[in-house]
Design a protein around this ligand. Structure first.
Ligand SMILES: *Cc1c(COP(=O)(O)O)cnc(C)c1O
Length: 356
């Protein structure tokens, strides 16, 4: 039987951050600065928690099959554009790949980036073409488009994880317009922390899907709610390909609707992140790539990524090694903007790293 397990599963799979509890126990901290997963340090919106509690009472009922309330709230919040939801943006990505990819089809990915695009594409039997970014982590739009032509789906993340790099709206438009029948999946998990607005592209580009999530600025990572804004023609196929109930629980959906309505919580988070992102960038003794997201990628050379992450863990800071990101040199780590005390601890840990 074992030999029947599909060969693509011999690779590592998704790499998770280490558990904060393990680090706290190992190095003797009461609390660990959790800066490895780009979560919201303020937690969920109180309105979202209240809505989730209320929805629990109906937990014996199946959710609304088409997630009407959440999709309507999302459409309204995004200029009346059609929206679909999924079990995290990860779930949305899987569904989009199910719509377009047969075994042997090609998927293009702009790297270094979020690893799940490649993993999900291979799970679908697709062949992945990685297109490395330039040395400054910007996308070479011409080179990327060349690789996208003939592929079924292309993944571009902006602001990009783990580099923080933003791609201009003009470059995204140029890519979408020059790749023919290839679908461009634009991952906007961190777009709320940038000043760019890619939504108007949806009015002109019939091959564009914009993925978003409630895991980052909305502070609902544990509830697993993602969504996408997409062209009208794609709706029926997406809904047929999706896991029943879009893979969402009724509790998650209710919380997401309420979170979307709490703009004060979102604004407070954004202001905190923008202020601290600048302070961390200025205060870091090590170079950081310019970031438009709620994290910074720090160059720890001559240290290697894993060594630096271990040194930070000893100082009570949980950071993300970037070793597992394809097409990235092995001397970077990624740290989220956290709560005040977490950021202060990070800065002293980085200073100690240099003098160690
Ligand atoms: C966090 C993240 C996501 C989505 O996460 P979900 O929790 O599955 O919604 C998607 N893309 C990138 C680049 C991310 O960093």
């Amino acid at each position: 039987m074992r030999t029947r397990v599909r060969p693509y599963l011999a690779d590592t799979g998704y790499v998770y951050a280490e558990q904060p509890g393990a680090i706290a126990a190992r190095y003797g901290f009461d609390r660990v600065a959790r800066l490895a997963s780009n979560e919201n340090p303020f937690g969920p919106s109180p309105a979202a928690l209240e809505a989730a509690r209320a929805a629990l009472v109906e937990a014996h009922r199946y959710p609304d099959a088409s997630m009407t309330a959440l999709r309507a709230a999302l459409a309204a919040a995004h200029g009346d554009r059609p929206a679909v939801v999924g079990n995290g943006m990860d779930g949305v990505i899987e569904t989009v790949l199910r719509v377009f990819c047969e075994a042997g089809d090609r998927v293009a990915v702009s790297t270094p980036t979020f690893s799940f695009y490649g993993l999900a594409a291979r799970a679908q039997g697709a062949v992945v073409s990685n297109v490395p970014r330039r040395d400054d982590f910007g996308v070479d739009a011409g080179e990327f488009s060349d690789t996208c032509r003939g592929a079924r789906v292309a993944f571009l993340c902006t602001p990009n994880n783990p580099t923080g790099t933003g791609t201009s709206v003009e470059d995204v438009r140029a890519i979408a317009e020059s790749i023919g029948d290839c679908l461009l999946f634009l991952d906007n998990a961190y777009v709320e922390f940038s000043d760019r607005d890619y939504l108007p592209l949806l009015d002109d580009c019939e091959n564009l899907v914009i993925g978003r999530t409630f895991s980052k600025i909305y502070g609902l990572a544990g509830l697993r709610v993602g969504y996408a804004l997409l062209p009208e023609w794609l709706l029926p196929a997406y809904c047929r390909a999706a896991t029943p109930f879009s893979g969402l629980s009724s509790v998650s959906a209710a919380a997401a609707v309420a979170a979307l309505g709490d703009s004060a919580h979102v604004e407070r988070t954004r202001a905190h992140v923008l202020e601290w992102r600048a302070r961390l960038e200025a205060g870091s003794p090590l170079p950081c790539a310019p970031s438009e997201a709620n994290f910074l990628m720090v160059d720890v050379a001559p240290l290697g990524s894993d060594k630096a992450v271990t040194a930070l863990a000893r100082a009570g800071v949980l950071a993300r090694s970037c070793r597992s990101f394809p097409d990235l040199a092995d001397h970077y780590l990624r740290v989220s903007v956290g709560a005040d005390w977490e950021n202060e601890r990070l800065l002293s840990a980085l200073r100690a790293l240099l003098s160690a």
